[in-house]
Design a protein. Structure first.
Length: 362
């Protein structure tokens, strides 16, 4: 048997190289950190575990506030390199994310060969695919809806206001109402309550009239919330009984074991389809595509509605749920059983923003 012996110098050289080899091995195994702007409830707990394990990434949250806030952050100087994956309502984000002409896009073109789950997008939501000249920049992720969230221990489900946006406008719950600090949602909800059928097309005079209505009802409002956690805290503490409410607000309260639910207004909930985008200057394109693919495919989609309250915008939606569970979760929006008005970018957005500023300062 021939023995190959290492000399002292060989051992020193080998020893010097071991730390480097170890560092390289650790680096190869470390997940890529991706900065995302997605509602935390959709990338938290079990959903985060699935997303990170499947995509082999580490999710770093940048707080999600609203689609207008997200879009403004991406459009700000350096914004397209600050984030790796964002979510934004398609009706609001399509124009600013595409930019005014080819080459001005704020989103990276998607390599669909790296997103095979794109085939799961349901036909109903294909109009929400964001593309230009045959290139895809955004794909539907989930649908959501805004409504009134209320304390069901205090407000009976037999109260007719549980079937109307009037709960957060009229006098019955004066002093126990909270509004959301966003022009598009608040003016749309008020316009629907006033009988407007296509709020986004309102003339400046009509917008002004809705603003006057809100000013007249502001006396009933305890406060105006700016973050989901603030809204949940206001409701949980009993400071308010009802509020303009988004899905994360209701789900946070229900996951705490509190008896809160959402109204099904006869005027219609405010529905929206949210798309995923990869900002054009992300430095982690492969990892971002991997996470993108995970968020629109199984097993993540199987858990999305139950854990987050958001409804998958693809063919896998509602698998394993009974018809009653689907309706209670809001899947009636898919079929028309639940009345819904899609949130859209107003034609006179500046007027809306100015009007909302007047409401807040009144």
């Amino acid at each position: 048997m021939t023995r190959h012996l290492l000399g002292r110098r060989d051992m020193m050289l080998l020893g010097a190289g071991l730390p480097l080899l170890g560092a390289n091995a650790a680096s190869a195994q470390s997940p890529t950190s991706l900065t995302v702007m997605i509602p935390n409830i959709a990338v938290n707990g079990k959903l985060r575990e699935i997303a990170e394990a499947q995509a082999r990434v580490k999710i770093v949250d940048d707080p999600f506030v609203s689609t207008p806030d997200t879009v403004s952050k991406v459009l700000a100087p350096g914004g397209t390199s600050r984030y790796d994956l964002i979510m934004a309502q398609s009706g609001y984000s399509r124009v600013p994310m595409l930019g005014p002409k080819a080459g001005a896009e704020k989103a990276a073109p998607l390599d669909l060969s790296k997103i095979p789950n794109a085939a799961n997008v349901a036909d109903l939501f294909k109009p929400d695919i964001v593309s230009r000249d045959g290139v895809t920049y955004g794909l539907p992720y989930f649908i959501g809806y805004d409504s009134v969230v209320y304390n069901a221990d205090v407000i009976s489900d037999k109260d007719p206001y549980t079937q109307s946006w009037g709960m957060i406008f009229d006098d019955k719950y004066a002093g126990k109402i909270a509004w959301f600090d966003t022009a598009v949602q608040m003016l749309t909800a008020a316009a629907l309550y006033l009988g407007k059928t296509a709020p986004e097309t309102m003339t400046p005079d009509e917008v002004a009239d809705v603003g006057k209505f809100l000013i007249s009802k502001k006396k009933n409002v305890r406060t105006i919330w700016t973050t989901f956690s603030q809204a949940a805290s206001l409701l949980s503490s009993g400071e308010v009984l009802c509020a303009y409410g988004s899905i994360p607000v209701r789900m946070e309260l229900q996951q705490q074991g509190k008896n809160f639910t959402n109204a099904w207004p006869k005027e219609g909930v405010l529905s929206f389809v949210s798309d995923l985008y990869i900002p054009k200057d992300s430095t982690h394109l492969d990892a971002a595509h991997a996470l993108f693919n995970t968020l629109i495919g199984p097993p993540y989609v199987d858990q999305l509605a139950t854990v987050s309250g958001y409804l998958p915008a693809n063919k896998l939606a509602g698998a394993g749920l009974s018809e009653e569970q689907k309706l209670r979760a809001g899947f009636g929006i898919y079929t028309g059983q639940t009345k819904a008005t899609p949130l859209k970018l107003p034609t006179a957005l500046n007027v809306w923003i100015e009007t909302w500023s007047k409401v807040k300062s009144a």
